[in-house]
Ligand binder design. Structure first.
Ligand code: UD1
Length: 417
């Protein structure tokens, strides 16, 4: 298993380009199998999760081709040649996003319960509820989700929680259903809006994405599209912002939508940092001593759970006591055990973490337990005195494109061993 080594104590400065959004690209790739002609996508990050997703889509019969470093063309024939295999689907939570598109276009989907990061139970009941409302027969048999329908019919679906995946799956399926579908209490994340824009580029009729109610008028078929540009990754951007804050740095992020990182920018300003927004770039600068903070993770536009671990790291040296409440996933504080090895003083009680700021962190041998925990440990390594060795760095490769190169270009000392 590969390891990342981080030598701490270097101040980050300079410019870095943010890659395309992992979570938007994963959903858009799944939606592409509904298109009857070629789709070409740009700003697709060449990260491990996307590699697995391209394999999954190939396994059902699609032909994929990378045209440039971050451009991908997808052609899906009129019939699938197989269902996603267990070996591939279990590697990725987002494999569940193929159910909606396959069901809508081919009338059938069979996929094993998804894998992905171990951060909570992550049930699929809201996806099932949505597909059933659209007229699909849903069965869970020996860990395989089976969905079947003649032709989906538009319906009203109320989500008990604004789940990102359920909103995406139902929205995609509804594009090819007969009549109107209304999704109430849906997720409002920027990735939902990007997926809706993509579906509309294919000829779909989706309105209201980014609000609590999405309305979809079903169409007979979806076309292809050329040069669809995926939004920048707000979580990668946020990770760099936190890394800059953690090292007393001054960096400029390019290819970023400042509005998408506003929930983080607001909190960083509260902690004493300067965040300067431009149209598609953002500068973050340490101008004052770091202050402690209270954070509650919430669905967008609340503070994103995917930046919670990185913030926990940052706050570990903020004078005073910070409080984090994790409202989205029930098992997302495992990084606290690793940060304690580095000298952090963190107490976890259920969904609450209390972080008492210590003067500094020290390099240690630690283990990434999930993707964002891995990123948080890289930030911890940058802040710490001495050398930090992070095992389980494969998790980090799932979601960050060339993280060590990008951090090195900013003056950090991060390398593989
Ligand atoms: C997506 C993101 C992930 C992010 C998360 C929350 C992708 C590929 N992943 O994950 O990075 O952390 O949104 O912003 O886009 N839930 C149910 N029943 C369901 C579905 C979800 O109870 O049927 C619950 C989950 O257990 C969790 C909460 O809803 O507690 C949020 O999950 P959801 O928004 O669905 O996250 P994902 O789509 O899996």
């Amino acid at each position: 298993m590969s390891k990342l080594v981080v030598r701490g104590g270097r101040v980050l400065s300079g410019r870095v380009r943010v890659s395309g959004a992992k979570n938007a690209a994963l959903a858009i790739l799944c939606a592409s199998v509904m298109a009857q002609s070629d789709v070409s996508l740009e700003n697709i990050p060449k990260i491990e999760d996307l590699r697995v997703m391209t394999e999954l889509i190939k396994s059902i019969g699609a032909v994929l081709k990378w045209t440039e470093d971050d451009s991908l063309t997808i052609s899906m024939p009129d019939a699938y040649t197989g269902m996603p295999t267990y070996a591939l689907a279990k590697k990725l939570r987002a494999s569940n996003l193929l159910i909606g598109p396959m069901l809508a276009r081919f009338g059938r989907a069979e996929i094993c319960l998804p894998g992905g990061c171990d951060i909570g139970l992550r049930p699929m009941d809201l996806h099932f509820k949505g597909f059933a409302a659209l007229g699909a027969r849903m069965v869970l048999e020996k860990g395989i989700m089976k969905a079947e329908a003649g032709h989906l019919k538009g319906a009203r679906v109320y989500l008990d929680f604004p789940s990102v995946g359920a909103t995406e799956n139902i929205m995609m399926a509804a594009c090819l259903a007969r009549g109107q579908t209304v999704i109430e209490n849906c997720a409002k994340e920027p990735e939902i809006v990007d997926l809706a824009s993509f579906l509309n580029c294919l000829g779909g009729k989706v309105r209201g994405a980014g609000t609590d109610i999405i309305k979809i008028e079903g169409v007979e078929y979806l076309n292809g599209c050329t040069h669809y540009n995926v939004i920048p990754d707000r979580i990668e951007a946020g990770t760099f912002m936190i890394a800059a804050a953690a090292t007393g740095g001054d960096i400029k992020l390019e290819n970023v939508i400042p509005l998408h990182v506003e929930p983080l920018s607001a909190k960083l300003r509260e902690a004493g940092l300067e965040v300067i927004e431009e149209e598609d770039s953002l500068r973050i600068r340490v101008v004052d001593d770091l202050r402690s903070l209270d954070i509650k993770t919430m669905p967008y536009p609340g503070f994103p759970t995917d930046l919670q671990s990185q913030m926990m790291t940052l706050l570990s040296t903020a004078p005073g006591t910070s409080e984090i409440i994790e409202n989205i996933f029930e098992n997302r504080f495992r990084v606290a055990d690793e940060l304690r090895r580095m000298g952090a003083a963190i107490k976890v009680k259920g969904r609450m973490a209390l972080i008492r700021g210590v003067p500094k962190l020290y390099g240690a041998q630690v283990r990434a337990t999930d993707l964002r925990a891995g990123a948080a440990l890289v930030v911890a390594g940058l802040m710490a005195e001495g050398e930090t060795e992070i095992s389980g760095s494969d998790y980090i490769d799932r979601g960050y494109y060339k993280l060590e190169d990008k951090l090195s270009s900013l003056g950090g000392s991060v390398f593989r061993s």
